[in-house]
Design a binder for this molecule. Structure first.
Ligand code: HDE
Length: 700
């Protein structure tokens, strides 16, 4: 007979099945050490382990409303995932104004140096579903919600400053083409397939973005190490009503860094939550990621003088032409309390704007102004999604919008319309419009075309599709150019339709002949002549900030170093490494064949991770502290050999003592400037040794 334990109050163990499944109830909560488990309607639940049955072994009764409520709620736990940017990671923090710009914008958050407003940020990949891996080759979303005193401002950008298309009407086509193919339902989170490249080949305007997408920018080492861009040209408006054009940039304080392609592929297998975990753990450990907010400000005359259109989202404005001006910083210092309530339910809207910032006529931006509001209704199910805590403004808000599904506010009074005269002495009651302080669309907000004309066309000023793509390619280092050519070869090798590959090669001819030929050779194809261009490309100056490698070597701060040890390793050497790395701002993970206590020469050292589950792709550099005996043993362990081999082929620094030599030899490590003694290790650890790459990999 099953023991029926029912203590309706103050129980320490929940009732179990035959006394075996006893669940410890944590002693916490307001009522004598714990809170009560109740139904959604507040009734205390006596037994959360057993459903109500007709007899001990009989059928479950329909009467069991506790069971039904629980399963009913569970059945509806999922909401539609975002049609794009479904996979994301969020964090709370603040934005601080570091240079006030009242002369440019009246937005309250830019008025006073030192002023802070709370923010919520969601980083994302674009193509994959919510459960896809973090490290495919993909653009990263960088969406920031500023909870300002004048309402929410959402700056919903990407880690790439340009976009694939010029007009919002092409967005559904772009996304259909990149997502899983319609008939077969794959590939997940990958652009390397026929439909994507078919679309791209037919849309030469995407060529500039393709250069970025095929560069290392789409393989970030960490979400803490990506740039962010507002992409579109926006406007800043000052209190006098004067407007300037603006582009927004986020610059990571930890520097910009990417992984190798092979590394990203292996990380997806080793830890599909690599970026989400990295962000969560950094914030949890008090290493708060930080970005500068910079602006590029320019006027209509500058815009008119450029050989491209500033309203065209496939173009950027070189920093050499309009320098970046840093006006603030953003620090992410708190993880969400609940992933669903915050990261999943957060609803970003480009229409969340505040006085002092305004839109431009960029036709891509204009389409977004509709799409995001619309999609929230479908995802969150109600027009009242703005009341969900993560979406609600932190300043007072009031209007006469009423009712609707899941209304959580309880407005008082009779007047639910405006104008009214139901206040004292026939005065109006309720909120009023604010003619002087309210948002006012910037009146000169019509560039170039007469706004009274209705035209379904693409401006002639949008016709050059190649000049900036060429500038991007030619601004890269030799190493980065090889990565781009190889990425194109990889992606196009997955394309089965030869005509599609040929069309892309014809477009690449317009970018750079050398690039087109390299890709053609890699594909074992003849390089076709250039496809006709709507406008002949022109030469633009090389721009160094477009290259990641030209920004300099990665720093130790924020990087993760693996130290591989085993029984008998030199304890002093391990302790010295830990001190050196942590003092320089890095973190150390001790890896050993077994997790936990490892007897070393002087003391016992606790291994954080097991070697077989912690490949070196998860770390920025590796140090091998091994006795000769342990190294000889590890020479028969593929996890150990792969650990060293991968670190070498991903051009990472490898530090080692003499004992480790046998393992280095077994893994095929050839000494170079990145293979160093332990005493030199911390000084060079986070650096990547790109000159090693041609020796370990054939690139296009
Ligand atoms: Fe988005 N985009 N987008 N997008 N986008 C969405 O909104 C859309 C575009 C971006 O973490 C959706 O709430 C259209 C450019 C980010 O929640 C949807 C067009 C840029 C995120 C939508 C674009 C972005 C989204 C899906 C062409 C960089 C994730 C879920 C006109 C500046 C935000 C949602 C988050 C999300 C539509 C183009 C960035 C469907 C129609 C350009 C970072 O509304």
């Amino acid at each position: 007979m099953t023991e029926k334990v029912t203590k309706d109050q103050e129980f320490e163990t929940a009732p179990g099945n035959g006394g075996e499944l006893h669940q410890q109830v944590p002693a916490s909560g307001p009522h004598g050490g714990h809170s009560h488990l109740t139904t959604n309607h507040g009734m205390r639940i006596s037994d959360n382990q057993n459903s109500l049955k007709a007899g001990e072994r009989g059928p479950t009764l329909l009467e069991d409303f506790v069971l039904r409520e629980k399963i009913f709620h569970f059945d509806h736990e999922r909401i539609p995932e975002r049609i794009v940017h479904a996979r994301g990671s969020g964090a709370h923090g603040y934005f601080e104004c570091t240079t006030a710009i009242p002369e440019l914008s009246m937005a309250s958050l830019f008025q006073q140096e030192g002023d802070r407003v709370p923010v919520f940020v969601r980083f994302s990949t674009v193509a994959g579903g919510a459960g896809s891996a973090d490290t495919p080759r993909d653009v990263r979303g960088f969406a920031v919600k500023f909870y300002t005193g004048e309402g929410n401002w959402d700056l919903i950008g990407n880690n790439i400053p340009v976009f694939f298309i010029q007009d919002a009407i092409k967005f559904p086509d772009l996304i259909h083409a990149v997502k899983m193919e319609a008939d077969r339902g794959y590939p997940q989170a990958a652009s390397a397939h026929d439909t994507f490249w078919d679309f791209i080949g037919l849309m030469p305007e995407s060529t500039h973005m393709i250069m970025w997408a095929m560069s290392d920018r789409t393989l970030p080492r960490s979400l803490r190490m990506i740039e962010g861009f507002g992409v579109h040209t926006f406007r800043l408006v000052n209190a006098g009503g004067e407007a300037m054009f603006v582009k927004f940039h986020w610059r990571p304080k930890l520097g910009l860094q990417s992984t190798c392609w092979d590394e990203a592929v292996k990380i997806a297998g080793a830890d599909s939550d690599y970026h989400r975990r990295d962000l969560f753990e950094a914030i949890d450990g008090g290493n708060f990621p930080e970005w500068d907010l910079a602006i590029q400000v320019f006027d209509e005359d500058f815009a008119a003088a450029q050989p491209y259109d500033v309203l065209d989202s496939t173009k950027l404005i070189p920093e050499e032409d309009v320098p970046l001006q840093v006006i603030g910083r953003m620090v992410l210092d708190r993880n969400p309390d609940n992933f669903f309530a915050e990261t999943e339910q957060v609803a970003f809207l480009p229409t969340n704007i505040v006085p002092g910032i305004d839109f431009s006529n960029d036709p891509l931006l204009q389409g977004r102004l509709f799409s995001y509001l619309d999609t929230q209704k479908s995802r969150l199910g109600t027009t009242n999604f703005h009341q969900i805590p993560i979406n609600a403004p932190k300043c007072p808000f009031a209007n006469f919008q009423r009712d609707g599904m899941m209304q959580t506010m309880v407005p008082t009074g009779r007047a639910n319309y405006e104008p009214n005269s139901l206040g004292d002495n026939g005065e109006a009651t309720g909120p009023r419009e604010c003619p002087t302080t309210g948002f006012d669309t910037e009146p000169t907000n019509h560039e170039r075309n007469d706004p009274t004309e209705k035209l379904r066309l693409r401006a002639a000023s949008f016709a050059d599709h190649y000049s900036q793509a060429r500038m991007f390619y030619r601004s890269q280092t030799v190493v980065e150019q090889a990565h781009m050519a190889s990425a194109l070869v990889f992606e196009l090798s997955k394309v089965g339709i030869e005509a599609v590959r040929a069309r892309i090669l014809g477009n690449l001819q317009n970018v750079d002949e050398d690039l087109a030929v390299r890709v053609a050779v890699g594909l074992n194809m003849d390089c076709p002549p250039a496809n006709p261009a709507a406008r002949e490309p022109f030469e633009m100056a090389v721009s160094d900030p477009l290259s990641i490698i030209k920004q300099g070597d990665p720093m130790m701060k924020g990087r993760k170093i693996a130290v591989l040890i085993d029984e008998g390793s030199n304890s002093d050497a391990i302790h010295t490494l830990i001190t050196e790395v942590t003092e320089a701002g890095g973190t150390v993970a001790i890896i050993a064949p077994k997790i936990g206590a490892t007897k070393c020469s002087g003391d016992t050292i606790i291994a954080d991770h097991q070697l077989a589950g912690s490949p070196s792709v998860l770390f920025d550099a590796v140090a091998l502290v091994l006795s000769a005996k342990a190294a000889a043993k590890l020479c028969a362990d593929s996890a150990a050999i792969g650990f060293v081999m991968d670190a070498f082929s991903h051009v990472k620094t490898i530090g080692h003592d003499e004992g480790a030599q046998a393992l280095l030899d077994k893994a095929g490590v050839v000494p170079d400037a990145g293979v160093v003694a332990l005493s030199e290790f911390a000084g060079v650890a986070p650096r990547r040794h790109w000159d090693r790459e041609p020796k370990v990999r054939t690139l296009a």
